[in-house]
Write a protein that binds this ligand. Structure first.
Ligand code: COA
Length: 184
């Protein structure tokens, strides 16, 4: 972790050159995802980016996208998070460090809970370490391009900051949670 600095940016503070570095970083880990050929986020521009810099290059990135969604008639402010670490910096503790930073920020803001969708076993392991649990309800969203309703097939990991009491409350219903237009 020597010489690595983590900085938080709002989306509007990202310069063209930073956005391009982010895009190249994510494309290297996900070469088959078509949208990463033109931009660094999947469907919705993130509200915040937590960027790990090393000697002028980006070696890790954590996204934070905010959604306010009704669930069972109540409105919740949800923090959607995602992560990519450059191949040569994986397995050195940076994923945990970026997760710690983003969670500290979320906990000090007014989010109700945090959500991540992934099939990556190591990413799930990291989230478990930070108190995330697998959501027992399905989530759905409207795909930005096709406008079709998609059921998320990756594992959905969630955490609140009240020993997951809110999550347990939300899990009392079995109905899918609709996340609106775009997943993250
Ligand atoms: C998944 C990912 C974010 C993890 O970040 P990382 O910086 O490599 O992970 P860390 O070094 O912080 O390690 C976190 C934990 O995972 C374990 N781990 C890391 N790499 C591992 C590997 N290759 N095999 C098994 N365990 C591994 C570490 O031992 C550590 O666990 P511990 O604290 O119990 O010892 C990163 O590898 C990555 O970006 N992968 C590719 C992109 C991706 O799939 N992102 C997730 C999409 S949501």
């Amino acid at each position: 972790m020597k010489d690595i600095i983590i900085k938080r940016y709002t989306f509007n503070r990202l310069t063209k050159s930073i956005k391009e570095k982010l895009r190249q970083g994510v494309l290297l880990n996900f070469p088959d995802v078509e949208v990463f050929k033109t931009r660094f986020y999947y469907q919705i521009p993130p509200n915040f980016m937590f960027i790990a810099w090393h000697k002028g290059g980006i070696v890790g990135q954590r996204y934070l996208t905010t959604k306010v969604r009704p669930i069972d008639g109540k409105k919740y402010k949800v923090a959607g998070i995602g992560i990519t670490i450059s191949k040569e910096f994986q397995g050195k503790g940076l994923g945990k460090e970026l997760t710690k930073e983003v969670l500290r920020f979320i906990q000090n803001s007014d989010y109700d809970f945090v959500m991540a969708t992934t099939s990556n076993k190591i990413a799930i392991h990291v989230l478990n370490k930070f108190g995330f649990t697998k959501l027992k309800r399905k989530i759905t969203y409207k795909d930005i391009k096709t406008r079709k309703i998609i059921t998320e097939d990756e594992t959905v990991m969630v955490k609140d900051f009240q020993d997951n009491r809110l999550i347990k409350e939300i899990e009392k219903s079995k109905k899918p949670i609709y996340m609106g237009v775009g997943v993250w």
